[in-house]
Design a protein around this ligand. Structure first.
Ligand code: CDP
Ligand code: CDP
Length: 226
């Protein structure tokens, strides 16, 4: 039997990585943050002044970089060729340009190949935009996590303020909506709910409540497969 896998997709700031990390920790599964992979490539491309429209140059750059993760409890670190980029890939410039980079078909093909290779190594929870539709189309459990745009922007705002970042809620809301629009309307594997995914609206749910629901669904699915 294939490794048990859970796919969590949804728009920005719906809580995907927070939930995925906790669910993986609880079940003893691997966790893979696919957004961090697209962010890493974007960060390096900006640093090397590449044109983000140039698909071939981006693919060449991707070929030269290894993206790895380390985990300490709930804390995840991201490395590009050994350099810790955990904080750098969350910066505004990367967030504003990542959707341009992730829209390229050839970039996606390479990222998906890497993600599938990691998924083959063990039981996994993966979060992103195309996990249930493209990366793990046979995932045992697919969650499409949503929340209202206002709530999602507020969550991102609170998180940014807690980190000491100078942000405006209005600007964050605008950028979040723009990114969702771009991610949902690109040609190459756009953000969309897989037909067999369960949609979960977390607007009025706490992190623990969402984790509990996902764990319950995972246990039910696992029992069914035994
Ligand atoms: O955490 P946040 O929701 O801000 O975004 P993320 O998960 O870090 O993803 C950053 C960007 O990467 C998204 O806006 C998408 O453009 C892209 N992405 C993607 O295209 N496919 C994925 N599987 C994951 C992320
Ligand atoms: O990965 P994604 O962009 O979907 O979202 P995230 O980075 O996991 O969550 C964005 C923020 O929302 C974090 O600060 C979470 O702690 C918070 N959150 C929340 O307040 N309530 C939830 N039910 C889920 C997440």
């Amino acid at each position: 039997m294939d490794n048990f896998s859970i796919a969590i997709d949804g728009p920005a700031s719906a809580g995907k990585s927070t939930i995925a990390k906790k669910v993986a920790g609880n079940l003893g599964f691997i966790y893979l943050d696919t957004g961090a992979m697209y962010r890493s490539l974007t960060y390096i491309a900006i640093k090397e002044s590449l044109s983000l429209d140039n698909e071939d140059e981006l693919v060449e750059l991707l070929d030269s970089i290894e993206i790895t993760f380390s985990y300490e409890g709930d804390r995840q670190k991201v490395f590009v060729n050994g350099e810790d980029v955990t904080e750098l890939i969350r910066e505004k410039d990367v967030t504003q340009h990542v959707s341009l980079v992730s829209a390229h078909t050839k970039v996606r093909e390479e990222m998906v190949a890497r993600q599938q290779k990691i998924a083959a190594t063990g039981e996994i929870v993966m979060d992103g935009r195309d996990i249930g539709t493209v990366v793990l189309p046979k995932a045992d459990l697919k969650i499409f996590l949503v929340a209202s745009a206002e709530e999602r922007a507020l969550r991102r705002y609170k998180e940014s303020v807690a980190k000491g970042m100078d942000v405006s809620l209005e600007q964050l809301t605008k950028e979040l909506k723009e990114r969702d629009y771009y991610d949902s309307n690109r040609i190459a594997s756009p953000l969309k709910k897989a037909d067999d995914a369960i949609e979960l609206d977390s607007t009025h749910l706490s992190i623990d409540e969402v984790v509990e629901i996902v764990l319950k669904l995972a246990v039910e699915r696992k029992k069914k497969e035994l």
